[in-house]
Design a protein around this ligand. Structure first.
Ligand SMILES: C[S@@+](CC[C@H](N)C(=O)[O-])C[C@H]1O[C@@H](n2cnc3c(N)ncnc32)[C@H](O)[C@@H]1O
Length: 378
C-alpha cells in the first residue's frame, strides 16, 4: 500500500495532502478518520444531513461520498488549504461534490443537521468555539461524533464538550483512536468574544478570534520583526501569513502611502486582520484581505515591492517547511525587480539556505539567540 492509498472496510480512495507536491511521505488522513468511517459502516448509518468539521484534506467527505454519492454534507473549515485539498481529493476519486455545501468557520451552519462528524482540533479554545457554534443550531438529541487519538482524550476534554454542547462518552480504543459520542442538549451557548490586547509601544490594539495565531500576546518572532522593519518608500506591501495582521498594521504606520495586502490560510486570521485594520483607524481603501493558500489566487497583476513573512513551520500536527518554501517562491514571483522579501524565523530552521537558493542573495539584518531576520532582494 502506498502513502496515498486509503483502505478501510472496503472503501478504497487515493488521498493527497494539499498542496499535492510535498517532499514528505505524510498521509492525508489518520486513523481517527478511519475510525469515523468504520463507525458509519458498523452502525449502518443512513445518509442523513451531516456536518463534517475539521476534515484536514477531505478524507471524511470522500469516505461518506464513496458510501453514498448523494449523502448531503455541510462541510465547515477555517483553512483554505483544507478546502482546496478536499476538492482535489474528491476530483481525484471521481466523486462529484454536488452533495456538498461549504461553510467557513464564522458562517452560521444550517439548523436541519441530523448528524455531525468532527476531528478534534489541536487548539482547544477553537474547539470550544466550534461546539458553541453547533449549540446554536443543533436540536436536542442530535448526535455529534468527535474522533481523536486516544491519548488526547481525557476527562477535561469530555467536560469541555459537556459544558459547551451536551453529554459525552468515549468509545473503546481502536487503532489508538477513540470516538466520543456527544448528544446535543439543545441549549444555545453564547459565542466567545475575541481576545483583545494592546501593543502599547506601537499604540496598536489587537483582537484575535479563537483560531488565530498568537492568541493573547505578541509572538516573539513577530516582535523582533517589528523592531527591524526596513526603511524606505514602499507602495505595495504583502503581509504573507498575516495572523492577526500585526506586521501589516505596523507597515500601515511606517509606510502610510502603501497599499497593504493581508493574506492567510485561516479565515479567522483574515477576519481578525480586517477587524484590526479598522479598529486601529486605518483607511479602508489602503488594505485588501485575502483568504488564500500563500499567494496562489491573488489577482495576477498584483506586484509588490515588499513582502513581510513570519512563516509557519507546521501544517496541522505535522512539522514541515514546505509552506515556508511555497511562501518564499510565491513572494519572489510577486515582487517587482528590486523588491524585498523580509522573513523572520527560528535560527535552526535555516531559511537563509532557501532564500539564497531562490534569490541568489540573503542578508541577515538582525538576530538574537533564537531568531534571525533575513532580507532577500529580487
Ligand atoms: C507564525 S504565524 C505568523 C502570524 C503573524 N504574521 C505574526 O507574525 O504574528 C504563521 C501564519 O501563517 C498562516 N499560514 C499557514 N499556512 C498558510 C498558507 N498555506 N498560506 C497562507 N498562510 C498560511 C497561519 O495561519 C498563521 O497565521
Amino acid at each position: 500500500m502506498t502513502a496515498n492509498q486509503f483502505s478501510c472496510e472496503g472503501i478504497e480512495l487515493s488521498l493527497f495532502r494539499y498542496p499535492k507536491q510535498q517532499e514528505s511521505n505524510l498521509q492525508a488522513w489518520d486513523a481517527a478518520d478511519e475510525h469515523l468511517i468504520k463507525h458509519m459502516l458498523d452502525t449502518e448509518q443512513k445518509s442523513v444531513n451531516t456536518a463534517i468539521i475539521n476534515d484536514s484534506f477531505g478524507a471524511l467527505q470522500c469516505g461518506l461520498s464513496a458510501i453514498d454519492a448523494s449523502w448531503p454534507l455541510c462541510v465547515e473549515t477555517d483553512a483554505k488549504t483544507s478546502l482546496l485539498g478536499a476538492e482535489l481529493n474528491l476530483e481525484a476519486n471521481q466523486l462529484v461534490s454536488d452533495n456538498i455545501q461549504r461553510f467557513h468557520s464564522r458562517e452560521l451552519l444550517p439548523d436541519d443537521l441530523s448528524l455531525v462528524l468532527m476531528k478534534l482540533p489541536k487548539n482547544l479554545s477553537y474547539f470550544a468555539h466550534q461546539l458553541q457554534r453547533l449549540s446554536q443550531v443543533l436540536p436536542a438529541g442530535t448526535q455529534v461524533l468527535i474522533a481523536a487519538k486516544a491519548k488526547t482524550i481525557n476527562k477535561s476534554i469530555l467536560s469541555l464538550i459537556e459544558k459547551n454542547l451536551g453529554s459525552a462518552q468515549a468509545s473503546l480504543t481502536w487503532k489508538k483512536t477513540r470516538v466520543i459520542t456527544c448528544i446535543a442538549d439543545g441549549n444555545k451557548r453564547q459565542l466567545p468574544q475575541a481576545v483583545n490586547w494592546p501593543v502599547d509601544e506601537l499604540s496598536l490594539n489587537i483582537s484575535n478570534l479563537s483560531n488565530v495565531f498568537a492568541a493573547n500576546k505578541l509572538d516573539i518572532g513577530a516582535r523582533i520583526m517589528l523592531d527591524n522593519l526596513p526603511e524606505g518608500e514602499f507602495n505595495t506591501v504583502i503581509d504573507l501569513g498575516c495572523g492577526n495582521g500585526i506586521l501589516g498594521l505596523r507597515a500601515g504606520q511606517l509606510y502610510p502611502q502603501a497599499s497593504i495586502h493581508f493574506v492567510d490560510d485561516s479565515e479567522m486570521a483574515v477576519a481578525s486582520s480586517r477587524h484590526n485594520w479598522q479598529l486601529n483607524g486605518f483607511s479602508a481603501e489602503k488594505a485588501q484581505f485575502h483568504w488564500d493558500d500563500c499567494l496562489t489566487h491573488l489577482e495576477p497583476e498584483l506586484v509588490a515591492d515588499l513582502v513581510l513573512c513570519n512563516p509557519p513551520f507546521h501544517q496541522g500536527e505535522a512539522i514541515t517547511d514546505h509552506i515556508a518554501w511555497q511562501m518564499f517562491v510565491d513572494a519572489r514571483k510577486r515582487l517587482a525587480p528590486g523588491g524585498m522579501l523580509q522573513v523572520v524565523g527560528n535560527r535552526h530552521l535555516a531559511y537563509h539556505v532557501k532564500l539564497k537558493r531562490l534569490f541568489n542573495n540573503c542578508k541577515t539584518v538582525a538576530s538574537n539567540g533564537k531568531f534571525v531576520i533575513l532580507q532577500a532582494i529580487k
